[in-house]
Design a binder for this molecule. Sequence first.
Ligand code: ADP
Length: 493
Amino acid sequence: MPEKNALRIVMIAAEAAPYAKVGGLGDVIGALPQALEKLGAKVAVIIPSYGNAADEPVLAEPCHDVPGFDVTLGDITEYASVFQTSMPESGVAVYLIGSRRYFERGGVYDDPLTGEGYSDNMERYVFFMKAAIELMLRLPHSFDIVHCHDSQAALIPGLIRENYGGEEKLARARTIFTIHNIAYQGNYPAEALDLAGISPHNFYPFSPFEFWGQVNFMKAGIALADEITTVSPTYAEEIQETELGFGLESVLRERSANLHGIINGIDYNEWNPETDPFIAARFSSTKLSGKAVCKREVLEYFNLGHGRDLKRVPLIGIISRLANQKGFDLIAEAIPAIVEMDLLLVILGTGQQYYNDLVSGFAACYPEKIAARLAFDNPLAHKIEAGCDMFLMPSRYEPCGLSQLYSLRYGTIPIVHRKGGLADTVIPYGGNSGTGFSFTEYSADALTQSIGEALSVYSDPPAWKKLMMRAMAEDWSWETSAGRYMDLYQKKE
Ligand code: ADP
Protein backbone atom coordinates (compact mmCIF):
# COMPACT_ATOMS: atom_id res chain seq x y z
CA MET A 1 0.00 0.00 0.00
CA PRO A 2 1.54 3.36 -0.97
CA GLU A 3 2.56 5.37 2.08
CA LYS A 4 0.27 8.33 1.38
CA ASN A 5 -2.81 6.12 1.13
CA ALA A 6 -1.80 3.97 4.07
CA LEU A 7 -4.55 3.07 6.50
CA ARG A 8 -4.05 5.11 9.68
CA ILE A 9 -4.77 3.20 12.84
CA VAL A 10 -4.54 4.30 16.46
CA MET A 11 -4.54 1.70 19.24
CA ILE A 12 -5.61 2.82 22.70
CA ALA A 13 -4.83 0.55 25.64
CA ALA A 14 -3.69 0.52 29.25
CA GLU A 15 -0.54 -1.53 28.52
CA ALA A 16 2.03 -1.97 25.78
CA ALA A 17 5.29 -3.88 26.14
CA PRO A 18 8.03 -2.87 26.74
CA TYR A 19 6.64 0.31 28.35
CA ALA A 20 4.04 -1.26 30.64
CA LYS A 21 3.08 -4.89 30.90
CA VAL A 22 0.96 -6.78 33.41
CA GLY A 23 -0.13 -9.65 31.16
CA GLY A 24 -1.03 -10.63 27.62
CA LEU A 25 -2.59 -7.25 26.72
CA GLY A 26 0.87 -5.67 27.03
CA ASP A 27 2.36 -8.30 24.72
CA VAL A 28 -0.36 -7.82 22.11
CA ILE A 29 -0.13 -4.02 21.99
CA GLY A 30 3.66 -4.33 21.90
CA ALA A 31 3.59 -6.58 18.82
CA LEU A 32 0.40 -6.21 16.74
CA PRO A 33 1.11 -2.60 15.63
CA GLN A 34 4.44 -3.63 14.14
CA ALA A 35 2.84 -6.56 12.33
CA LEU A 36 0.21 -4.19 10.91
CA GLU A 37 2.94 -1.80 9.84
CA LYS A 38 4.56 -4.63 7.86
CA LEU A 39 1.24 -4.97 6.02
CA GLY A 40 1.38 -1.31 5.00
CA ALA A 41 -0.60 0.44 7.77
CA LYS A 42 0.56 3.51 9.72
CA VAL A 43 0.02 2.77 13.36
CA ALA A 44 0.13 4.87 16.51
CA VAL A 45 -0.36 3.67 20.08
CA ILE A 46 -1.68 5.68 23.04
CA ILE A 47 -1.03 4.37 26.57
CA PRO A 48 -0.68 5.92 30.02
CA SER A 49 2.77 6.89 31.17
CA TYR A 50 3.05 5.04 34.47
CA GLY A 51 5.71 6.25 36.85
CA ASN A 52 8.19 8.63 35.35
CA ALA A 53 8.21 8.60 31.55
CA ALA A 54 11.80 9.82 31.47
CA ASP A 55 12.88 6.50 33.01
CA GLU A 56 14.21 3.46 31.18
CA PRO A 57 13.03 1.57 29.21
CA VAL A 58 10.67 4.22 27.89
CA LEU A 59 13.16 6.87 26.86
CA ALA A 60 10.28 9.05 25.76
CA GLU A 61 10.59 12.74 25.05
CA PRO A 62 7.95 15.42 25.44
CA CYS A 63 5.73 15.18 22.36
CA HIS A 64 6.89 17.52 19.55
CA ASP A 65 3.49 18.01 17.97
CA VAL A 66 1.26 18.34 21.01
CA PRO A 67 2.03 20.21 24.22
CA GLY A 68 0.28 19.07 27.39
CA PHE A 69 -3.33 20.12 28.01
CA ASP A 70 -5.95 20.18 30.75
CA VAL A 71 -8.62 17.50 30.97
CA THR A 72 -11.80 18.11 32.93
CA LEU A 73 -13.51 15.34 34.84
CA GLY A 74 -16.63 16.80 36.42
CA ASP A 75 -15.25 19.30 38.95
CA ILE A 76 -11.66 18.10 38.61
CA THR A 77 -9.17 19.56 36.17
CA GLU A 78 -6.02 17.53 35.67
CA TYR A 79 -3.09 18.30 33.41
CA ALA A 80 -2.21 15.64 30.83
CA SER A 81 1.41 15.68 29.77
CA VAL A 82 2.23 14.01 26.48
CA PHE A 83 5.40 12.06 25.78
CA GLN A 84 6.41 10.46 22.55
CA THR A 85 8.66 7.64 21.43
CA SER A 86 8.58 4.94 18.77
CA MET A 87 8.52 1.18 19.10
CA PRO A 88 11.88 -0.52 18.75
CA GLU A 89 13.02 -0.80 15.13
CA SER A 90 9.77 0.40 13.67
CA GLY A 91 7.88 3.52 12.71
CA VAL A 92 5.08 2.87 15.20
CA ALA A 93 4.59 6.12 17.15
CA VAL A 94 3.88 5.68 20.86
CA TYR A 95 2.21 8.51 22.77
CA LEU A 96 2.27 8.26 26.55
CA ILE A 97 -0.17 10.28 28.60
CA GLY A 98 1.20 11.34 31.95
CA SER A 99 -0.59 12.64 35.02
CA ARG A 100 0.89 13.39 38.44
CA ARG A 101 -2.34 12.58 40.16
CA TYR A 102 -3.28 9.38 38.33
CA PHE A 103 -0.21 7.66 36.95
CA GLU A 104 2.86 8.54 38.99
CA ARG A 105 2.68 5.58 41.32
CA GLY A 106 4.14 2.10 41.66
CA GLY A 107 1.55 -0.13 39.97
CA VAL A 108 -0.47 -0.29 36.77
CA TYR A 109 -3.96 -1.37 37.89
CA ASP A 110 -3.18 -2.67 41.37
CA ASP A 111 -1.42 -1.30 44.39
CA PRO A 112 1.74 -3.41 44.74
CA LEU A 113 1.41 -3.18 48.52
CA THR A 114 -1.97 -4.92 48.65
CA GLY A 115 -2.29 -6.66 45.27
CA GLU A 116 -5.77 -5.03 45.00
CA GLY A 117 -7.00 -2.55 42.37
CA TYR A 118 -6.44 1.16 43.08
CA SER A 119 -9.59 2.70 44.53
CA ASP A 120 -9.58 5.51 41.94
CA ASN A 121 -9.27 3.31 38.83
CA MET A 122 -12.56 4.70 37.51
CA GLU A 123 -11.19 8.27 37.55
CA ARG A 124 -7.78 7.21 36.30
CA TYR A 125 -9.08 5.54 33.18
CA VAL A 126 -11.83 8.08 32.40
CA PHE A 127 -9.04 10.64 32.50
CA PHE A 128 -6.95 8.46 30.19
CA MET A 129 -9.79 7.97 27.67
CA LYS A 130 -10.68 11.66 27.52
CA ALA A 131 -7.03 12.60 27.23
CA ALA A 132 -6.55 10.06 24.42
CA ILE A 133 -9.41 11.61 22.43
CA GLU A 134 -8.13 15.15 23.06
CA LEU A 135 -4.70 14.02 21.89
CA MET A 136 -6.13 12.55 18.68
CA LEU A 137 -7.81 15.88 17.97
CA ARG A 138 -4.53 17.73 18.47
CA LEU A 139 -2.33 15.47 16.34
CA PRO A 140 -1.59 16.77 12.84
CA HIS A 141 -3.42 13.95 11.01
CA SER A 142 -6.66 12.04 11.35
CA PHE A 143 -7.14 8.30 11.86
CA ASP A 144 -9.22 5.87 9.80
CA ILE A 145 -9.45 3.34 12.62
CA VAL A 146 -9.69 3.94 16.37
CA HIS A 147 -8.97 0.56 17.93
CA CYS A 148 -9.79 0.42 21.66
CA HIS A 149 -8.69 -2.40 23.93
CA ASP A 150 -10.39 -3.68 27.08
CA SER A 151 -12.36 -1.74 29.68
CA GLN A 152 -9.74 1.00 30.15
CA ALA A 153 -10.45 2.23 26.60
CA ALA A 154 -14.02 0.94 26.23
CA LEU A 155 -15.91 4.22 26.67
CA ILE A 156 -14.13 5.78 23.72
CA PRO A 157 -16.57 4.65 20.98
CA GLY A 158 -19.45 6.03 23.10
CA LEU A 159 -17.60 9.24 23.92
CA ILE A 160 -16.86 9.84 20.24
CA ARG A 161 -20.51 9.28 19.28
CA GLU A 162 -21.90 11.42 22.07
CA ASN A 163 -19.43 14.28 22.34
CA TYR A 164 -17.00 14.33 19.44
CA GLY A 165 -19.08 13.20 16.46
CA GLY A 166 -18.84 16.67 14.89
CA GLU A 167 -15.05 16.79 15.00
CA GLU A 168 -13.66 16.52 11.51
CA LYS A 169 -10.66 14.51 12.69
CA LEU A 170 -12.89 11.76 14.06
CA ALA A 171 -15.88 12.00 11.78
CA ARG A 172 -14.78 9.26 9.39
CA ALA A 173 -13.06 7.02 11.92
CA ARG A 174 -14.41 3.52 12.44
CA THR A 175 -14.18 2.18 15.98
CA ILE A 176 -13.05 -1.34 16.87
CA PHE A 177 -13.29 -2.69 20.40
CA THR A 178 -11.24 -5.72 21.44
CA ILE A 179 -12.09 -7.82 24.49
CA HIS A 180 -8.94 -9.35 25.96
CA ASN A 181 -10.69 -10.61 29.09
CA ILE A 182 -14.39 -10.07 29.70
CA ALA A 183 -14.06 -10.70 33.43
CA TYR A 184 -12.58 -7.23 33.93
CA GLN A 185 -15.45 -4.99 32.82
CA GLY A 186 -14.99 -1.65 34.54
CA ASN A 187 -18.26 -1.61 36.52
CA TYR A 188 -18.67 1.72 38.28
CA PRO A 189 -21.29 4.01 39.83
CA ALA A 190 -23.27 6.29 37.50
CA GLU A 191 -20.92 9.11 38.50
CA ALA A 192 -18.50 7.73 35.89
CA LEU A 193 -20.67 9.31 33.18
CA ASP A 194 -20.47 12.74 34.85
CA LEU A 195 -16.70 12.43 34.93
CA ALA A 196 -16.65 11.41 31.29
CA GLY A 197 -18.96 14.30 30.38
CA ILE A 198 -21.61 12.00 28.90
CA SER A 199 -25.12 13.38 29.33
CA PRO A 200 -27.17 11.73 32.11
CA HIS A 201 -29.98 11.31 29.54
CA ASN A 202 -28.01 8.33 28.33
CA PHE A 203 -28.36 6.56 31.65
CA TYR A 204 -31.61 4.56 31.67
CA PRO A 205 -32.33 0.83 32.04
CA PHE A 206 -30.92 -1.28 29.21
CA SER A 207 -29.14 1.67 27.55
CA PRO A 208 -25.56 1.04 26.33
CA PHE A 209 -24.27 2.98 29.33
CA GLU A 210 -26.37 1.24 31.98
CA PHE A 211 -25.84 -2.18 33.51
CA TRP A 212 -27.81 -3.18 36.62
CA GLY A 213 -27.86 0.39 37.91
CA GLN A 214 -24.19 1.01 37.21
CA VAL A 215 -22.05 2.11 34.31
CA ASN A 216 -20.22 -0.76 32.66
CA PHE A 217 -17.39 0.39 30.39
CA MET A 218 -17.19 -2.90 28.51
CA LYS A 219 -20.91 -3.01 27.84
CA ALA A 220 -20.67 0.46 26.29
CA GLY A 221 -17.72 -0.65 24.15
CA ILE A 222 -19.56 -3.75 22.94
CA ALA A 223 -22.78 -1.88 22.25
CA LEU A 224 -21.30 1.15 20.52
CA ALA A 225 -18.13 0.13 18.64
CA ASP A 226 -18.54 -0.48 14.91
CA GLU A 227 -16.89 -3.89 15.21
CA ILE A 228 -15.97 -6.03 18.20
CA THR A 229 -13.22 -8.58 18.36
CA THR A 230 -11.93 -10.98 20.92
CA VAL A 231 -8.72 -12.93 21.04
CA SER A 232 -9.69 -16.43 19.94
CA PRO A 233 -12.55 -18.02 17.97
CA THR A 234 -13.52 -20.36 20.82
CA TYR A 235 -13.60 -17.53 23.36
CA ALA A 236 -15.82 -15.55 20.94
CA GLU A 237 -18.34 -18.39 21.25
CA GLU A 238 -17.87 -18.96 24.98
CA ILE A 239 -18.54 -15.35 26.00
CA GLN A 240 -21.96 -15.48 24.36
CA GLU A 241 -22.94 -18.14 26.90
CA THR A 242 -23.96 -17.51 30.51
CA GLU A 243 -20.96 -18.96 32.34
CA LEU A 244 -18.20 -17.03 30.58
CA GLY A 245 -20.08 -13.94 29.42
CA PHE A 246 -19.90 -12.64 33.00
CA GLY A 247 -23.32 -11.00 32.57
CA LEU A 248 -22.61 -9.50 29.13
CA GLU A 249 -23.60 -12.57 27.11
CA SER A 250 -26.89 -11.15 25.83
CA VAL A 251 -25.26 -7.84 24.86
CA LEU A 252 -22.71 -9.87 22.90
CA ARG A 253 -25.35 -12.05 21.29
CA GLU A 254 -27.11 -8.92 20.06
CA ARG A 255 -23.90 -7.89 18.34
CA SER A 256 -22.85 -11.35 17.17
CA ALA A 257 -22.86 -10.30 13.50
CA ASN A 258 -20.07 -7.85 14.33
CA LEU A 259 -18.18 -10.04 16.81
CA HIS A 260 -15.02 -11.69 15.49
CA GLY A 261 -12.59 -14.09 17.17
CA ILE A 262 -9.03 -13.41 16.01
CA ILE A 263 -6.33 -15.43 17.71
CA ASN A 264 -3.33 -13.55 19.09
CA GLY A 265 0.07 -14.10 17.58
CA ILE A 266 3.37 -13.92 19.41
CA ASP A 267 6.44 -11.83 18.85
CA TYR A 268 9.14 -14.19 17.61
CA ASN A 269 11.73 -11.43 17.89
CA GLU A 270 11.26 -11.58 21.63
CA TRP A 271 10.34 -15.22 22.14
CA ASN A 272 12.76 -17.25 20.07
CA PRO A 273 15.04 -19.92 21.57
CA GLU A 274 17.55 -19.38 18.75
CA THR A 275 18.23 -15.76 19.72
CA ASP A 276 16.84 -15.25 23.23
CA PRO A 277 19.41 -13.21 25.21
CA PHE A 278 17.94 -14.21 28.58
CA ILE A 279 18.57 -17.96 28.36
CA ALA A 280 21.71 -19.94 29.27
CA ALA A 281 22.14 -21.55 25.83
CA ARG A 282 20.40 -21.03 22.53
CA PHE A 283 18.69 -23.99 20.82
CA SER A 284 16.43 -24.93 17.92
CA SER A 285 14.43 -27.94 16.77
CA THR A 286 17.47 -29.21 14.85
CA LYS A 287 19.96 -28.49 17.65
CA LEU A 288 18.28 -29.22 20.93
CA SER A 289 21.31 -29.66 23.18
CA GLY A 290 21.07 -26.10 24.55
CA LYS A 291 17.72 -26.92 26.14
CA ALA A 292 19.41 -29.23 28.68
CA VAL A 293 21.71 -26.34 29.65
CA CYS A 294 18.66 -24.13 30.15
CA LYS A 295 17.04 -26.83 32.31
CA ARG A 296 20.12 -26.99 34.52
CA GLU A 297 20.09 -23.22 34.90
CA VAL A 298 16.44 -23.17 36.01
CA LEU A 299 17.00 -25.97 38.52
CA GLU A 300 20.06 -24.25 39.92
CA TYR A 301 18.15 -20.99 40.19
CA PHE A 302 15.36 -22.68 42.12
CA ASN A 303 17.71 -24.95 44.04
CA LEU A 304 15.85 -28.10 42.98
CA GLY A 305 16.70 -31.54 41.60
CA HIS A 306 19.91 -32.25 43.52
CA GLY A 307 21.28 -35.70 42.81
CA ARG A 308 18.68 -36.35 40.09
CA ASP A 309 19.44 -37.44 36.53
CA LEU A 310 18.15 -34.33 34.81
CA LYS A 311 17.40 -36.21 31.59
CA ARG A 312 14.93 -38.41 33.42
CA VAL A 313 13.13 -36.15 35.82
CA PRO A 314 10.50 -34.02 34.10
CA LEU A 315 10.45 -30.34 35.00
CA ILE A 316 7.10 -28.56 34.80
CA GLY A 317 6.86 -24.77 34.74
CA ILE A 318 4.08 -22.29 35.51
CA ILE A 319 4.26 -18.55 34.74
CA SER A 320 1.10 -16.75 35.65
CA ARG A 321 -0.75 -13.88 37.16
CA LEU A 322 -1.94 -15.28 40.46
CA ALA A 323 -5.66 -14.72 39.97
CA ASN A 324 -8.93 -16.69 40.19
CA GLN A 325 -8.93 -17.36 36.48
CA LYS A 326 -5.68 -19.26 36.30
CA GLY A 327 -6.65 -22.60 37.86
CA PHE A 328 -4.73 -22.47 41.14
CA ASP A 329 -7.78 -23.80 42.99
CA LEU A 330 -7.52 -26.92 40.85
CA ILE A 331 -3.78 -27.22 41.41
CA ALA A 332 -4.34 -26.87 45.17
CA GLU A 333 -6.82 -29.73 45.08
CA ALA A 334 -4.58 -31.88 42.91
CA ILE A 335 -1.29 -31.11 44.65
CA PRO A 336 -1.19 -34.20 46.92
CA ALA A 337 -1.56 -36.41 43.82
CA ILE A 338 0.86 -34.29 41.76
CA VAL A 339 3.68 -34.57 44.30
CA GLU A 340 3.25 -38.34 44.32
CA MET A 341 4.44 -38.32 40.69
CA ASP A 342 8.07 -38.23 39.69
CA LEU A 343 8.37 -34.59 38.63
CA LEU A 344 9.65 -31.17 39.68
CA LEU A 345 7.56 -28.01 39.53
CA VAL A 346 8.65 -24.36 39.37
CA ILE A 347 6.20 -21.48 39.64
CA LEU A 348 6.73 -17.83 38.74
CA GLY A 349 3.81 -15.59 39.57
CA THR A 350 2.47 -12.59 41.34
CA GLY A 351 -0.96 -11.30 42.19
CA GLN A 352 -3.67 -11.61 44.80
CA GLN A 353 -2.43 -12.21 48.34
CA TYR A 354 -4.57 -15.35 48.71
CA TYR A 355 -2.81 -16.99 45.78
CA ASN A 356 0.62 -15.70 46.80
CA ASP A 357 0.10 -17.50 50.13
CA LEU A 358 -1.23 -20.61 48.42
CA VAL A 359 1.76 -20.88 46.07
CA SER A 360 4.33 -20.21 48.79
CA GLY A 361 2.52 -22.89 50.81
CA PHE A 362 3.08 -25.45 48.00
CA ALA A 363 6.81 -24.71 48.03
CA ALA A 364 7.01 -24.78 51.83
CA CYS A 365 5.17 -28.14 52.08
CA TYR A 366 7.09 -29.90 49.30
CA PRO A 367 10.53 -28.23 49.16
CA GLU A 368 12.08 -31.24 47.38
CA LYS A 369 9.63 -31.00 44.50
CA ILE A 370 8.25 -27.49 44.21
CA ALA A 371 9.86 -24.05 44.19
CA ALA A 372 8.29 -20.66 43.58
CA ARG A 373 9.27 -17.08 42.96
CA LEU A 374 6.59 -14.52 43.73
CA ALA A 375 7.55 -11.63 41.47
CA PHE A 376 7.13 -10.21 38.01
CA ASP A 377 10.39 -11.21 36.37
CA ASN A 378 10.54 -11.20 32.57
CA PRO A 379 14.09 -12.64 32.20
CA LEU A 380 13.15 -15.51 34.52
CA ALA A 381 9.97 -16.09 32.49
CA HIS A 382 12.17 -16.62 29.42
CA LYS A 383 14.44 -19.01 31.34
CA ILE A 384 11.47 -21.07 32.53
CA GLU A 385 9.95 -21.26 29.05
CA ALA A 386 13.31 -22.47 27.74
CA GLY A 387 14.39 -24.81 30.55
CA CYS A 388 11.21 -26.72 31.41
CA ASP A 389 10.00 -29.89 29.75
CA MET A 390 6.32 -29.06 30.21
CA PHE A 391 4.25 -25.96 30.87
CA LEU A 392 1.13 -26.17 33.01
CA MET A 393 -1.81 -23.85 32.29
CA PRO A 394 -5.01 -25.21 33.83
CA SER A 395 -6.92 -21.90 33.51
CA ARG A 396 -10.60 -22.07 34.38
CA TYR A 397 -11.06 -19.96 31.25
CA GLU A 398 -8.49 -18.40 28.93
CA PRO A 399 -9.38 -15.79 26.28
CA CYS A 400 -6.28 -16.62 24.23
CA GLY A 401 -3.27 -17.27 26.43
CA LEU A 402 0.21 -16.45 25.24
CA SER A 403 2.39 -18.47 27.57
CA GLN A 404 1.34 -21.76 25.94
CA LEU A 405 2.34 -20.30 22.56
CA TYR A 406 5.79 -19.36 23.90
CA SER A 407 6.02 -22.89 25.31
CA LEU A 408 5.32 -24.46 21.93
CA ARG A 409 8.09 -22.39 20.41
CA TYR A 410 10.56 -23.50 23.11
CA GLY A 411 9.61 -27.20 22.86
CA THR A 412 8.10 -27.01 26.34
CA ILE A 413 5.00 -29.13 26.02
CA PRO A 414 1.81 -27.44 27.25
CA ILE A 415 -0.64 -29.20 29.54
CA VAL A 416 -3.84 -27.14 29.45
CA HIS A 417 -7.53 -26.97 30.24
CA ARG A 418 -9.37 -27.13 26.91
CA LYS A 419 -10.94 -23.68 27.02
CA GLY A 420 -10.85 -20.55 24.87
CA GLY A 421 -7.56 -19.95 23.15
CA LEU A 422 -6.00 -22.98 24.84
CA ALA A 423 -8.45 -25.18 22.91
CA ASP A 424 -7.63 -23.32 19.70
CA THR A 425 -3.85 -23.58 19.98
CA VAL A 426 -2.90 -26.86 21.71
CA ILE A 427 -3.60 -29.97 19.65
CA PRO A 428 -4.15 -32.98 21.95
CA TYR A 429 -1.48 -35.66 21.79
CA GLY A 430 -2.42 -38.68 19.73
CA GLY A 431 0.63 -40.86 19.14
CA ASN A 432 1.93 -39.41 15.89
CA SER A 433 -0.01 -36.19 16.14
CA GLY A 434 -0.63 -33.36 18.57
CA THR A 435 1.39 -30.66 20.27
CA GLY A 436 0.40 -30.99 23.93
CA PHE A 437 -2.01 -32.42 26.49
CA SER A 438 -5.39 -31.11 27.46
CA PHE A 439 -8.33 -31.98 29.67
CA THR A 440 -11.98 -31.04 29.23
CA GLU A 441 -13.58 -31.35 32.66
CA TYR A 442 -12.43 -28.70 35.13
CA SER A 443 -11.52 -31.13 37.89
CA ALA A 444 -8.46 -32.09 39.91
CA ASP A 445 -8.76 -35.68 38.65
CA ALA A 446 -8.78 -34.63 35.01
CA LEU A 447 -5.76 -32.37 35.61
CA THR A 448 -3.82 -35.12 37.38
CA GLN A 449 -4.66 -37.57 34.63
CA SER A 450 -3.43 -35.18 31.97
CA ILE A 451 -0.12 -34.67 33.79
CA GLY A 452 0.15 -38.48 34.12
CA GLU A 453 -0.38 -38.86 30.37
CA ALA A 454 2.36 -36.32 29.67
CA LEU A 455 4.77 -38.08 32.03
CA SER A 456 4.15 -41.42 30.37
CA VAL A 457 5.06 -40.00 26.93
CA TYR A 458 8.07 -38.23 28.49
CA SER A 459 9.37 -41.60 29.64
CA ASP A 460 9.61 -42.61 25.95
CA PRO A 461 12.37 -40.23 24.71
CA PRO A 462 11.94 -40.80 20.93
CA ALA A 463 8.16 -40.17 21.18
CA TRP A 464 8.79 -37.08 23.34
CA LYS A 465 11.34 -35.71 20.91
CA LYS A 466 8.89 -36.07 18.01
CA LEU A 467 6.27 -34.27 20.09
CA MET A 468 8.72 -31.44 20.78
CA MET A 469 9.53 -31.18 17.07
CA ARG A 470 5.86 -30.87 16.18
CA ALA A 471 5.33 -28.20 18.85
CA MET A 472 8.35 -26.19 17.72
CA ALA A 473 7.32 -26.38 14.06
CA GLU A 474 4.01 -24.57 14.73
CA ASP A 475 3.80 -21.02 13.45
CA TRP A 476 1.99 -18.62 15.76
CA SER A 477 3.60 -15.45 14.41
CA TRP A 478 1.44 -12.34 14.09
CA GLU A 479 1.38 -12.30 10.30
CA THR A 480 -1.83 -14.26 9.75
CA SER A 481 -3.76 -12.59 12.57
CA ALA A 482 -2.58 -9.11 11.60
CA GLY A 483 -3.97 -9.87 8.11
CA ARG A 484 -7.33 -10.68 9.66
CA TYR A 485 -7.35 -7.35 11.51
CA MET A 486 -6.50 -5.57 8.26
CA ASP A 487 -9.46 -7.29 6.54
CA LEU A 488 -11.72 -6.16 9.35
CA TYR A 489 -10.43 -2.57 9.28
CA GLN A 490 -11.11 -2.45 5.56
CA LYS A 491 -14.48 -4.20 5.72
CA LYS A 492 -17.17 -2.33 3.87
CA GLU A 493 -20.17 -1.52 6.04
P1 ADP B 1 -2.86 -13.00 30.97
O1 ADP B 1 -2.90 -11.92 29.96
O2 ADP B 1 -4.21 -13.49 31.39
O3 ADP B 1 -2.02 -12.66 32.16
P2 ADP B 1 -1.36 -14.52 28.96
O4 ADP B 1 -0.90 -15.93 28.90
O5 ADP B 1 -2.14 -14.03 27.79
O6 ADP B 1 -2.17 -14.30 30.32
O7 ADP B 1 -0.09 -13.55 29.09
C1 ADP B 1 0.74 -13.59 30.18
C2 ADP B 1 1.99 -12.81 29.85
O8 ADP B 1 2.51 -12.26 31.06
C3 ADP B 1 3.10 -13.69 29.29
O9 ADP B 1 3.94 -12.90 28.47
C4 ADP B 1 3.85 -14.13 30.54
O10 ADP B 1 5.18 -14.47 30.28
C5 ADP B 1 3.76 -12.86 31.38
N1 ADP B 1 3.81 -13.07 32.82
C6 ADP B 1 2.80 -13.45 33.65
N2 ADP B 1 3.22 -13.50 34.92
C7 ADP B 1 4.53 -13.16 34.91
C8 ADP B 1 5.54 -13.02 35.92
N3 ADP B 1 5.27 -13.24 37.20
N4 ADP B 1 6.77 -12.63 35.55
C9 ADP B 1 7.05 -12.39 34.24
N5 ADP B 1 6.15 -12.51 33.25
C10 ADP B 1 4.91 -12.88 33.57
